[in-house]
Design a protein around this ligand. Structure first.
Ligand code: THU
Length: 160
């Protein structure tokens, strides 16, 4: 028996103001998307802004449903919107933010497991990394240079 250690490395920014101009602008657009989320049940709004290689910025937010499992996360709304309109254009980076009606969350909120798997599909397909920035409502921002860092041991098409 031997052990396998899996490590991940994230960049930590003190606040949105520490980001480079373009990344700050992407996060501000995620905040705009977040404000428009439809989250009447959880009261937890999530916004995503996805930059494509052709310069398009695709916004997404969570869409809830009275039949709870029929709702959808912001990240998947954004990537599916992007991949349905621009199936051959690579995804470059995604900014994520949240707003809860219950509390002000000041620590970074990462994408859920199902969204990581869904984003990984396109990262594997396009053979180039998708950078992810994520934050709470305010405070620090975490950046990973590739979705793969958030989902080690990904299940992908290679095994099918
Ligand atoms: N949500 C997202 O939009 N993205 C995630 O990565 C995690 C959760 C949404 C789903 C639901 O509408 C609300 O947040 C509470 O779970």
């Amino acid at each position: 028996m031997k052990e396998l250690t899996i490590q991940t490395k994230l960049a930590v920014y003190e606040s949105i103001d520490e980001l480079q101009k373009d990344d700050k602008s992407l996060m501000i657009q995620a905040k705009v998307a977040c404000d428009k989320a439809y989250a009447p049940y959880s009261k937890f709004k999530v916004g995503a802004a996805l930059l494509l290689e052709n310069g398009e910025i695709i916004l997404g937010n969570n869409q809830e449903n009275a039949a709870y499992p029929s709702g959808m996360c912001a990240e998947r709304v954004a990537i599916w919107k992007a991949h349905s309109d621009f199936p051959d254009v690579k995804m470059v980076k995604m900014a994520l933010t949240i707003k809860s009606e219950k509390q002000v969350i000041k620590s970074p909120v990462p994408p859920c497991g199902a969204c990581r798997q869904s984003i990984a599909e396109y990262e594997v397909k396009q053979k180039s990394p998708i950078v992810i920035f994520f934050m709470g409502e305010e405070g620090e921002i975490y950046k990973t240079k590739s979705l793969a860092n958030l989902l080690p041991l990904v299940f992908d098409k290679e095994v099918l």
